[in-house]
Unconditional design. Structure first.
Lengths: 115, 113
């Protein structure tokens, strides 16, 4: 069973536009939601994360929103740049007690930003 | 800063062959992970280890073995490669705390003939 679902699977945005990626999750015990960014030939890297006690977190052009009632989260990229072209993974995990992060990842969304 | 080094970068195997992938980290992290990435399927956890000599099964452990003989290294063995299998195996590490950031290597791309 897919614990975290992402949409869309791919999208193209014009340079300067706003990108919106969305995820939904099944497990109501999840309290930590990171977004990872992956460029071709590299491993994913943490972009931004949010805890379930918050509904918004911003880092420069990147903002993630969390809706606990609907079990949904989203990533907004304003002023999208060609350098943002990458695959984005959302993920979620329940509270862990000193055992590391056992994340459930979505299938990824491939973003292309066209000049 | 630190780095995760995965070897080899590319691995070509034969059906039924036993194949070993290696991962080294110099973050001094406690926890290490192996993920499998298939096109369109996201990242799926194969094994993880919270300390030296510890092994924990992930969702996709069948068909794999793992070994954590040192804190800095974590190896993964494909016990019997499947014909036409193609995937990227990603190693990662994190501190042994809740909600900690994962640092990933660049991956080993496996192709089975």
């Amino acid at each position: 069973q897919q614990q975290v679902r992402q949409s869309p699977q791919s999208l193209t945005v014009w340079e300067g536009g706003t990108t919106v990626l969305t995820c939904s999750y099944e497990d109501s015990t999840f309290n930590y939601f990171p977004w990872y960014q992956q460029f071709p030939g590299e491993g994913p890297a943490l972009l931004i994360s949010i805890l379930s006690v918050s509904d918004k977190k911003e880092d420069g052009r990147f903002t993630t929103f969390f809706n606990k009632r609907e079990k949904k989260l989203s990533l907004h990229i304003i002023d999208s740049q060609p350098g943002d072209s990458a695959t984005y993974f959302c993920a979620g995990s329940p509270p862990q007690q000193g055992t590391g992060s056992k994340l459930s990842f979505g299938k990824g969304a491939k973003l292309t930003v066209s000049p | 800063g630190g780095i995760i080094t995965q070897t080899p970068k590319f691995l070509i195997g034969q059906e039924g062959q036993k194949l070993t992938l290696k991962c080294q980290q110099n973050f001094n992290h406690d926890t290490m992970y192996w993920y499998r990435q298939d096109s369109g399927k996201g990242l799926r956890l194969i094994y993880y280890s919270i300390t030296e000599n510890d092994l924990q099964k992930g969702d996709l452990s069948e068909g794999y073995d793992a070994s954590r003989e040192k804190k800095s290294s974590f190896s993964l063995t494909v016990t019997s490669a499947q014909k036409n299998e193609m995937a990227v195996f990603l190693c990662a590490s994190s501190m042994r705390v809740t909600n900690e950031r994962l640092f990933f290597g660049h991956g080993t791309k496996l192709s089975v003939l």
